[in-house]
Design a protein around this ligand. Structure first.
Ligand code: NOJ
Length: 564
């Protein structure tokens, strides 16, 4: 059944904005963003038209991976605020009729978590089995137990001198993996989830959820020719990671999580999984069909195929079809172009605001849930920072690479080895620290110089700004059932025009049509239906529709509505 007449749950219709708390707004004067700072900007987000906010982790942590190394899942890191601040944040968001999503790092903890310290203290520790410990290879045990490589390259096994065993870490060495085959671990983490659900959290983003389980027999991963990780395949660093990524037990695990979340209603809660995988695998994580609008696995999974998609008709046509056809109701696609691990999308569009508007039009009008990364709405660019002084642990891991290798790796322009580049402070205004922190304070990462032209204050006043384009699109989406709930049909014209992508969104009696001119040239479409009404244009005050002719400027996007 198409979604055209279904009454969808809120989380399928919503728009999500990702906040990287360290970089959003500093209120305490230490150059680090914090929860009271975020609270002071909730009006901005509400006014922008955002419906759901996802926070990268602000739980207690040594911050070796800036929060993705948790040392207490039920308390707040002091640099971000207190539990009282956190509760106020949840309340204030709900008071604005918005939803709250927290980031759950289930796969691993920090090596400073008391559980790991206890686990590491002796082979007989009651928490020894909370992590994955193994003897090394014979005869002396000084070689890792098997050939498993971590996600970030190099062996994922790390030797502990004191207890003469190795522990497994899928990500960085200071992020030891929890052992979910131990039922106490599972119980504790499920209780943690309940703890936050009881506080009113509406959903979770699940960090690398496809790495929860590994092969129980610890068999070697087979060889593969692939070196660089890719979205489609589970192969990297010359290894086919069949025993460490997408283990069959993960698919059952997400169903258990789903049952837990289903215990809560009013509102319904949801999870979105961070999984770099093919569309088929993503769909498997979403589970089997349970009803017309639900499955029994993850509610949503990030679809990262869009990260590097080219801005041209064949590529986008293929992508829209891929997402829509494979994720028909009750599955829901997601639209994500940037996040705290990736080069910002606008850099891949030649820093071009006009193209960014077109990209946003696609993101907010295609079928699926859009995820907007903070600053994306004002066209914030990646700020190229030196690898040598990287704060990002991945950047630091690779900072020894010779310049020539770095330039070879980054030559396509879409890879950035230093994740600091996409995490610079939010640009609120033109002042020296962009309004992120006071001027006499040093911000934790340098403010990008592009804040002079790309910032909230200047863009608010400009009706033709990217910010105002996002604002209009978000409002349009919220108020238009065909866009937030309708089915999608690619217009046959898209196949005839080399430079135009067009699709319809249909819901009950409403028909909305999106036209995207993805080219440097003007485009004229004759014989449009007479009764079309212009709902939105990427160009402010444009009149692209005259009688039955539609004329689009280069890279212009429009949304039309047909009356029945
Ligand atoms: C994925 C997160 O997005 C990334 O920022 C983090 O470093 C790793 N998982 C490890 O938790």
């Amino acid at each position: 059944m198409s979604s055209s007449s279904l009454n969808l749950p809120w989380w399928k219709k919503t728009t999500v904005y990702q906040i990287y708390p360290r970089s959003f707004k500093d209120s305490s004067g230490d150059g680090i963003g914090d929860i009271p700072g975020i609270i002071s900007k909730l009006d901005y987000l509400q006014d922008l038209g955002i419906e759901t906010i996802w926070f990268s982790p602000f739980f207690s942590s040594p911050q070796a991976d800036f929060g993705y190394d948790v040392s207490d899942y039920r308390s707040i890191a002091p640099e971000y605020g207190s539990m009282t601040d956190c509760e106020k944040l949840i309340r204030d968001i709900h008071n604005r009729d918005m939803y709250v999503v927290f980031d759950l790092v289930l796969n691993h903890t920090s090596d400073q978590h008391p559980w790991f310290l206890e686990s590491q203290s002796s082979r007989d520790s009651p928490k020894r089995d909370w992590y994955i410990w193994r003897d090394g290879r014979k005869p002396h045990g000084k070689k890792p137990p098997n050939n498993w490589k971590s996600m970030v390259g190099g062996s994922g096994w790390h030797y502990d001198e004191a207890t003469e065993q190795w522990y497994w870490a899928q990500f960085l060495p200071f992020q030891p993996d929890l052992n979910y085959r131990n039922l106490d671990v599972k119980r504790e983490m499920f209780d943690t989830i309940r703890f936050w659900l009881d506080k009113g959290v509406d959903g979770f983003r699940l960090d690398i959820i496809n790495t929860i389980f590994e092969d129980e027999q610890f068999r070697d991963n087979p060889f593969a020719w692939n070196f660089f990780p890719s979205v489609e395949e589970n192969k990297s660093f010359f290894q086919n990671k069949i025993h460490t990524i997408n283990h069959p037990d993960n698919f059952l695990f997400v169903k258990e999580l789903r049952s837990l979340l289903d215990e809560y209603s009013n509102p319904e809660r949801f999870m979105v999984g961070e999984i770099h995988a093919s569309i088929d695998t993503l769909k498997r994580y979403c589970g089997e069909v349970r009803s017309k609008t639900t499955t029994d696995g993850l509610h949503l999974a990030f679809m990262f195929q869009s990260l590097d998609v080219k801005l041209d008709v064949p590529s986008l046509l293929e992508l829209v079809n891929l997402y829509d056809q494979n994720f028909q109701e009750p599955y829901t696609p997601t639209w994500v172009f940037s996040n705290h691990d990736q080069m910002r999308r606008i850099n891949k569009l030649g820093s071009d605001i006009t193209k960014a508007k077109l990209n946003a039009t696609l993101q907010l009008t295609a079928r699926g849930v859009p995820f907007i990364y903070y600053g994306e709405e004002i066209g914030m660019l990646n700020h190229k920072l030196p690898l040598k002084t990287a704060k990002d642990p991945i950047g630091r891991k690779y900072s020894w690479l010779p310049k020539i290798v770095i330039s070879l790796l980054t030559r396509t322009g879409s890879i950035s080895l230093n994740r600091d580049d996409c995490r610079t402070p939010m640009q609120w205004d033109q002042s020296p620290n962009a309004g992120f922190c006071s001027e006499d304070v040093e911000s934790w990462l340098p403010v990008s110089p592009d804040h002079q032209s790309r910032n909230v204050t200047s863009e608010e006043d400009d009706p033709d700004s990217l910010l105002n384009c996002y604002r209009s699109l978000l409002r349009l989406r919220k108020n238009t059932p065909a866009i937030h709930s309708g089915s999608l049909v690619i217009s046959s014209l898209s196949h005839n025009f080399e430079s135009v992508l067009s699709y319809q969104r249909l819901h009950d009696n409403q028909t909305v049509e999106v036209w995207l001119n993805i080219s440097e040239k003007h485009c004229r479409i004759d014989e449009m239906e007479q009764d079309a009404k212009l709902l939105f244009s990427t160009i402010h005050n444009a009149t692209p529709l005259r009688e039955s002719v539609l004329v689009l400027e280069p890279y212009q996007g429009v949304v039309l509505e047909y009356s029945q």
